[in-house]
Unconditional design. Structure first.
Length: 156
C-alpha cells in the first residue's frame, strides 16, 4: 500500500509540470514558409505550395537524342501558378555510374528537365506535359500534375 501512495505522490508534480507546459506562453510566431517548396517527380502525388512559394516539376528525357518535354497548358493571367521557365540538368554522373573504373566516360544519355513555377493565388490547377521526339508533332508520352496552392499564413 505504501508503494502505491509513494507512486501516486510522485505523479502529482509530473502532472503539474505537463499542465504548466500546456498553458505556458509560446515564443514568437514562426517565420513564413520557405521560398522554395518542392521539386515534384511523381505525377500521382498532388503538388502543394503556399502563395509566393516556388516549386519545380522534374521530368527525365534523352535530350541528346532529340527528346524534349513541353508544357502544354501554360498558365494564364489570374491562374494559381505562374510559369517561370525551365532548365536542363545533364545526368553525367548517373550515366557513368555503372562503368568500370578507368573506362572512358560515356557521352550523351539522360537529362532532367526542371520546369519552374511560382504559386500566385490559392486554388488548384493541372499542369500537362508532353514528351516529343526529334521532329515529331505527336507526343510519345503525356503526364499531368495536380497543383494545389494554399494561403501562405501561419496560425500562432
Amino acid at each position: 500500500m505504501q508503494l502505491l501512495r509513494r507512486s501516486s505522490a510522485r505523479m502529482i508534480p509530473l502532472y503539474a509540470a505537463f499542465a504548466l507546459a500546456a498553458v505556458a506562453p509560446m515564443g514568437p510566431c514562426p517565420s513564413p514558409r520557405p521560398r522554395f517548396a518542392i521539386i515534384a517527380v511523381d505525377p500521382a502525388t498532388t503538388v502543394t505550395a503556399a502563395t509566393i512559394q516556388e516549386f519545380g516539376i522534374a521530368l527525365r528525357a534523352t535530350e541528346d537524342g532529340g527528346y524534349q518535354w513541353r508544357l502544354q497548358n501554360v498558365p494564364v493571367t489570374a491562374a494559381p501558378v505562374r510559369y517561370d521557365g525551365e532548365t536542363s540538368l545533364w545526368d553525367v554522373a548517373f550515366t557513368n555510374l555503372g562503368r568500370a573504373p578507368g573506362s572512358p566516360p560515356m557521352v550523351g544519355g539522360q537529362a532532367t528537365e526542371v520546369f519552374m513555377f511560382t504559386a500566385m493565388a490559392p486554388g488548384t490547377t493541372k499542369l500537362t506535359f508532353q514528351l516529343f521526339g526529334p521532329g515529331k508533332t505527336v507526343a510519345t508520352q503525356t503526364v499531368t500534375y495536380a497543383v494545389q496552392v494554399v494561403p501562405n499564413v501561419m496560425v500562432c
